[in-house]
Ligand binder design. Structure first.
Ligand code: SF4
Length: 298
């Protein structure tokens, strides 16, 4: 970047980040997810469930060693971008470059392109198409860099997405009932143990976005509001008492964690959304700083 904070060589920089983040998210599982799986093996009382969790950890080891994907599903590429203070970037060019990076990763690796048109089911073999990659862009005065998180969202977990436009009359009990019913109804389909994201409040679109964004939070990191943090623990323990277990085959570990995000809402509404992330919990992050540094992490 130059002294005005403008990103230099932005096209090449963001294209390479798009390529790296999409590929590496599918190979390198975040440390908090690994730790949670190890803890689950130690805690699990059912031998069959322990075996499945151990196999998951083995898949991660093989992926580390051979630099292969942990799962064959390359997912829907979703970027979460936060632009901080005093960084000048051509936003449209940045999104184009990130998209080209995803297409390059798909072509050069090569990766299975999981993206098709909804009518006609046309596959360009690029992991992209109209509206995909999905980009969420926000601005924050709390950071002085550009934060880019890639989440390749597998179909098994993404298909377990639920929204209900509850009302204040349904109360907290109605909220908890809906969330737990979605977990029980999902069974083994989202490839448990899952990271369950819950959105409460906002409009219908914001509520679902909050639920999905909640799955990005590292496992074990609690919401800063103690009441919401307590709700997360209560829901996690309730889901783990269902007996659904790893891959839905029974056991004590149905979820690795539950994360709740909230927004204020209309006086007559109380929307609730649930979005699940499968056991691989994939995400990869890049921080682009004003001095030109790029940090890759989770
Ligand atoms: S939902 Fe299941 S099949 Fe899809 S990416 Fe996750 S682990 Fe793989």
């Amino acid at each position: 970047m130059d002294s005005s904070g403008t990103v230099q060589n932005a096209d090449a920089l963001f294209e390479d980040l798009g390529r790296r983040l999409y590929l590496e998210a599918q190979i390198d599982i975040p440390p908090d997810v690994r730790a949670a799986l190890h803890e689950a093996v130690a805690r699990e009382t059912q031998p069959g469930a322990r075996g499945i969790l151990t196999t998951m950890l083995r898949a991660i080891e093989v992926s580390d060693r051979k630099q292969t994907l942990v799962c064959q599903d390359t997912g829907i590429p979703i970027f979460w971008i936060t632009i901080g203070r005093e960084i000048a970037v051509d936003g449209a060019a940045m999104l184009d470059a990130l998209r080209r990076g995803v297409e390059r990763a798909t072509r050069e690796t090569p990766l299975r392109s999981s993206i098709v048109s909804p009518i006609g089911r046309k596959n360009r073999q690029t992991s992209s198409g109209e509206g995909v990659p999905v980009f969420h862009v926000e601005f924050s005065s709390a950071i002085d860099h550009i934060d880019i998180v890639m989440m390749p969202k597998g179909s098994g977990s993404e298909s377990m997405s639920f929204l209900k436009m509850l009302t204040p009359a349904d109360g907290e009990g109605g909220v908890k009932k809906f969330i737990l019913e979605t977990c029980v109804g999902a069974g083994g389909r989202p490839c448990p143990p899952t990271i369950v994201g819950v959105g409460i409040g906002g409009s219908s679109d914001l509520c679902m976005t909050l639920a999905k964004k909640a799955t990005l939070r590292p496992v074990g990191q609690r919401h800063p509001d103690p009441a919401i943090a307590a709700l997360e623990v209560e829901l996690r323990d309730a889901m783990n008492s269902t007996g659904i277990g790893p891959m839905g085959l029974g056991g004590d570990t149905t979820v690795l964690d539950v994360h709740v995000e909230t927004a204020w809402t209309h006086i007559t509404l109380n929307p609730v959304a649930v979005n699940m992330q499968c056991w691989r919990g994939e995400r990869r992050r890049a921080r682009v700083y004003r001095d030109g540094r790029v940090e890759i992490g989770y």
